[in-house]
Design a protein around this ligand. Sequence first.
Ligand SMILES: NC(=O)c1ccc[n+]([C@@H]2O[C@H](COP(=O)([O-])OP(=O)(O)OC[C@H]3O[C@@H](n4cnc5c(N)ncnc54)[C@H](OP(=O)(O)O)[C@@H]3O)[C@@H](O)[C@H]2O)c1
Length: 319
Amino acid sequence: MTIANGRGRLIYGCMGLGGPWDGTSYGAAEIDQAAAVIDAARGIGIELFDHADIYRSGKSEAVFGEVLARSQGLRAKIRLQTKCGIRLGERGLDTHYDLSKEAILERVNGSLERLQTDYVDVLLLHRPDPLMDPHEVADAVGHLVAEGKVRQLGVSNMSGAQIAFLQDELEMPVVANQLEMSLLRRDWLESTVLVNHAEGLGYSFPHGTLEHCMAKGIELQAYGSLAQGRYTGARPGKLSPAESATASMLQQLAGEKDTTPEAVLLGWLMKHPARISPVVGTTNPVRIQACADAASVAATMSRAEWYGLWVAARGTNIP
Ligand SMILES: NC(=O)c1ccc[n+]([C@@H]2O[C@H](COP(=O)([O-])OP(=O)(O)OC[C@H]3O[C@@H](n4cnc5c(N)ncnc54)[C@H](OP(=O)(O)O)[C@@H]3O)[C@@H](O)[C@H]2O)c1
């Protein structure tokens, strides 16, 4: 099966591009920032760029589109992914979800316009919409594929059961599921070993999701994979003892492997047999560069190192 990103490779997450989240407009500085970030990401071999219609009120896609318009030939060298399904500040609601046919068509057309492109390589359904009719989703997506506007379909924040339910109605395979996964956000992992253990009651991650994705060849894309810099320099507050121990271990392993803590952090995710593709969201080109060795770190990380990082991050031994 054709896979969204080629599995086990980095993706660049564009949510930080475009300036503030409010309705203010963007300018040359935001376009230049997007250009610098695209260069840095491509410089470490990234091909797939992840968007959503809602990021920075559409400005993430818009500044990216401006860069595509001014960089002849760039569109053919990269792959674009966007999402639809979340609506912010509409119909008197702060947030609601909408995977109706009308919304999917309208939102994808808006994304294409802002991105200044004829097609996206991958469309993700951003979150499950409880009012979703899977026939309608299939109809909308089928329409977009027939028009050449969407090449592959994926989902985000969905369980294995939700994907299977949707897949039954679709004529094309779901190729990706984007979830928050990192050393800091570990419910996807903890739940797989805490079956029949009291500690497992603290985790609500739906059992079977990883296994369903692995069995069906659905790529797992990890957002928040850098843990928002929690272990690698961001200091929004005091680190817990487990966070400090993890940050130290990442530093130590980076020294031993002659690489960066960021590469070790992402390499830890990529060593998992689900062949997770981390979505990197930093807009700092130096931090993007620091992720370059992630796949090679994954390839050489020992079982003891992998478990050691996990235990450090949880702050207590595994059962
Ligand atoms: N599917 C979904 O529901 C969903 C939800 C959220 C995000 N996403 C996608 O996933 C991507 C990544 O998500 P994310 O941005 O939350 O995760 P991330 O890559 O773990 O974190 C990056 C964020 O942390 C900040 N940061 C501060 N210090 C940092 C440091 N030392 N190292 C790295 N980052 C540091 C970055 O700011 P600077 O830019 O200043 O470095 C940036 O805002 C997004 O761009 C988006 O494409 C998807």
